[in-house]
Design a protein around this ligand. Sequence first.
Ligand code: CU
Ligand code: CU
Length: 399
Amino acid sequence: MGVTFLERLAARIARIGRRRGLRTDVAAVPDVPDPSRREFIRAGVGVVGGLAVAAVAPRLAPYPLANLARGLRDGTTPSGTGLAAAAPLITSPGHSGQHGLGHSGNIAVGEVDTKRMAYDPVPFLTQFDRGKVSQLPNGRTLREFQVVAHDREIEIAPGIFFPAWTFNGTVPGTTLRVREGDRVRIQFVNAGTHPHTMHFHGIHRAEMDGVPGVGPGEIPPGGSFTYEFDAIPFGLHQYHCHTLPLKRHIHKGLYGMFIIDPRQGRPPARELVMVMNAFDTNFDGENEVYAVNTVAFHYAKHPIRVKRNELVRIYVVNMTEFDPINSIHIHGNFFHVYRTGTSLVPSEYTDTIMLCQAERAILEVRFPYAGRFMFHAHQSEFTELGWMGVFEVTGDDDV
Ligand code: CU
Ligand code: CU
């Protein structure tokens, strides 16, 4: 007889607890693969529930696996065993003191440790690295950046850790921002344990393309290389590692947003960075956790505050691996779309756009009404696995 979904889920929870140095019934943990996302969904547990359950794994005391599985199935886990504590976690955030909004209340409860991670999705929304600016003899602006790749464990949902490869220590990497026609110089250092590159989208010479076998090719651990090119064309682009196997190097976290502002600029606005991403936590080629800017449901618990009627400009890049497409839908409103940001004239007025892997768009929106408005992927499965947030629009409505 095969190992059941619940037995594998129980084993996964026990392994998470054990990895974090907590007492678990090690002898009883069977050597079985983790349950896949599809299994979560088929089993009707819902990975949202799964996230919340996994979040309490650190608190699991030694506990027979059969009981663990039974408790998951019928909700009768004895008190004091960890899973009993999980039950109230899978409830409306309103009950647990969260100030955000849950979609039907089903979001992973708790908070990631932003200090430990040295990464907080809230300030990340509005952080732009414009580099060290100087003037070239020919009068052009030079912007210099330093990017270091290194391995780092990140927390992608409360209690769910992911062994990431990062640019400058965070996933996504820093948002790099330059102006059309600037000279861009990036000093890249590989302090990680695998060969990496930096591949920028844009127009540049072949040896600056950051792919294996061309120019410097892969930069080995301990190596470095300086990429240099002109910032063209203006628009919303990205950078990512291009070492093979590509999907693994990207998915591990080696990507970030690269904005080239048009020479004449864009109208003043409240500007926000959203990188759609997802994580394959058990390395089975499917994602289990989805988000914008890495942490599942973070902006549902910490709504993004905007003012009524102010122009909000959202830079959205899809860096999701394994799923060919992703999408963004904003509630109670419509927005103008600038695909790839390469035009100053919007091409579309809608409330939902779909982006293939690596596609990106600039969205401009004004909220005419105060209140809370959700935004999320319109693939419901992604939404339920973490890709959901809330705008909190402040200011009085007209009467
Ligand atoms: Cu790489
Ligand atoms: Cu690319």
